[in-house]
Write a protein of this length. Structure first.
Length: 229
């Protein structure tokens, strides 16, 4: 299967957007998941509901809210522009939209991993004088690592397939914001674009299947490690 330079550019941009979304979203997702799993506070259920809103809201709504907030005239976007940071109609905006759409998947996976980790090991380390940060880095985080990796993989696959929020927030600009889903949609609207669309669909399907298989393997390893511990 021969891919044109334009198709390779689309694939490269999609991988860059998805990777950026995961790299920036994963640390925040880990912190949020730990708070939801280990802390009790008023509004905890409300916070969890807000975090998971992108899973149930139409993606176009999420994209429109991002446009209102991070657009060039939005309250956050106009402020960031003074520092030379721009999200609207830029590939960074595509990464932001993809990261937000995949964020609930990270939180759900990592939160489950934290809840399955044996708190007795942390208490034992505490009695030995280990500081909270040391307990988290040496005990909690390694135990949750399969869930963290699974959440990252799922978020990566979600980012590769994100369409509605992306096209609403950053449009479909060739070479700038046109990721795989946006390119496939554009090609299906063009006469003679079916062959190129099919090639991109095939690439997208293969990557998504590999990501889902990897997530399943990591989830099983997490279950096995928890049973052994």
């Amino acid at each position: 299967m021969m891919l044109s330079s334009a198709e390779l550019e689309i694939i490269g941009l999609s991988l860059k957007v998805a990777t950026t979304a995961v790299l920036f979203g994963l640390p925040l997702g880990i912190g949020t998941a730990w708070v939801l799993a280990r802390c009790q506070f008023p509004g905890r259920s409300l916070l969890s509901g807000v975090i998971h809103l992108p899973l149930v809201l139409p993606p176009v709504v999420t994209g429109y809210v991002l446009l209102l907030l991070f657009g060039r005239t939005g309250p956050i976007g106009s402020w960031l522009e003074t520092f030379g940071v721009r999200f609207a109609f830029d590939w960074t905006g595509a990464a932001l939209a993809a990261g937000i759409m995949g964020f609930p998947l990270v939180v759900r996976s990592v939160r489950l991993a934290f809840e399955m980790a044996d708190p007795g090991l942390e208490r034992a380390a505490e009695t030995l004088g280990a500081a909270p940060a040391m307990r988290f880095l040496t005990i909690t985080l390694p135990l949750a690592l399969p869930g963290i990796l699974a959440g990252g993989v799922l978020a990566f696959a979600k980012a590769l397939g994100e369409f509605g929020a992306t096209i609403t927030f950053v449009s479909s600009i060739p070479g700038e914001t046109r990721t795989l889903p946006l390119a496939i949609y554009s090609l299906t609207q063009m006469p003679g674009g079916e062959a190129a669309a099919f090639r991109l669909v095939l690439i997208s399907t293969i990557v998504s299947i590999l990501a889902l298989v990897a997530s399943e393997v990591l989830a099983r390893r997490m279950s096995v490690s928890q049973v052994r511990s």
